[in-house]
Design a protein around this ligand. Sequence first.
Ligand code: NAD
Length: 308
Amino acid sequence: MRALVTGCAGFIGSTLADRLLRDGYTVIGIDRFSDYYSRGLKERNISSAVKHPRFALLEEDILDMKSFPSVDYVFHLAAQAGVRASWGESFEVYTRDNILATQRLLEFYKSRKIRKFVYSSSSSVYGDAELPMREDRMVQPVSPYGVTKLAAEHLCSLYWKNYGVPAVSLRYFTVYGPRQRPDMGINKFVRAVLNNEAITVYGDGTQTRDFTYIDDIVEANILAAGSDVRGEVFNIGGGNRISVNDLIGAIEEVVGKSAVVEHSAEQKGDVKDTRADTRKAEELLGWHARTGITAGLKRYVDWIREEP
Ligand code: NAD
């Protein structure tokens, strides 16, 4: 089995690539090593994959590619991530990497025989929706990033309806664990507590998130690829909805140190709360979140402590 992983040097893409290699797939990874965060971190993410005989890295921008590898599965993770940076001039990068790049891939694979096109979408498509967030309810993003992720989801469903591209969209809820992007909260908080530095919390810290451990996200991709389901959208949320204040408490407990917390203004584009209704993924994909927040944080903190 051959799989294409776009965004293969990123947090989730690299972890998925490692899992696919372990499962016996031949993996072709595409990444343009965008400068959103350090190239060094991305190189470290794929340091074991690049040594694997069944892995090939194409350091390319999807938008510069005229054709794509012949594969059985496409896992499309490449994107410009981050909610807060998506305002203003940088929106151009978001439309390019999130919407146009998705369209290019769908356009190419519409005339190829692939078994599944698994698109990494986001809970950001919901905006401040009623909880728990359900796939069949109204979506109204509150950030430009969310708008681009939703547009790409719509493209997946259009290419399924019109050309039979067997696309499935997975809406991830705040993902954490080893290799987490440096701009994400848990990464910043854990490192700050370990290094006795202050944590900056936006707003009063009562906002809540449904945190999802990386291995559960990878598992959802594997199950979506192997299922008969097409043209559907699924919530993939860990069932660990806690406030930012409680998250910091949990980190203090796992690290064994107190946090120094500073507050700053709420950020435009941040939603107040998220919580996934995951019954659809449970019923149709057989997916269940397996890692609770304390166990996940322990694994993450251990991983950071073992970093070179
Ligand atoms: P990441 O930034 O670590 O990885 C994305 C990778 O895509 C980067 O390495 C970047 O260089 C690459 N890329 C971007 N545009 C590209 C292009 N045009 N051509 C080739 N490569 C390109 O991000 P991540 O956190 O691993 O997120 C992966 C996916 O999951 C994204 O689609 C993101 O929107 C989605 N997602 C992530 C989260 C989360 O909590 N991390 C939550 C919801 C959805």
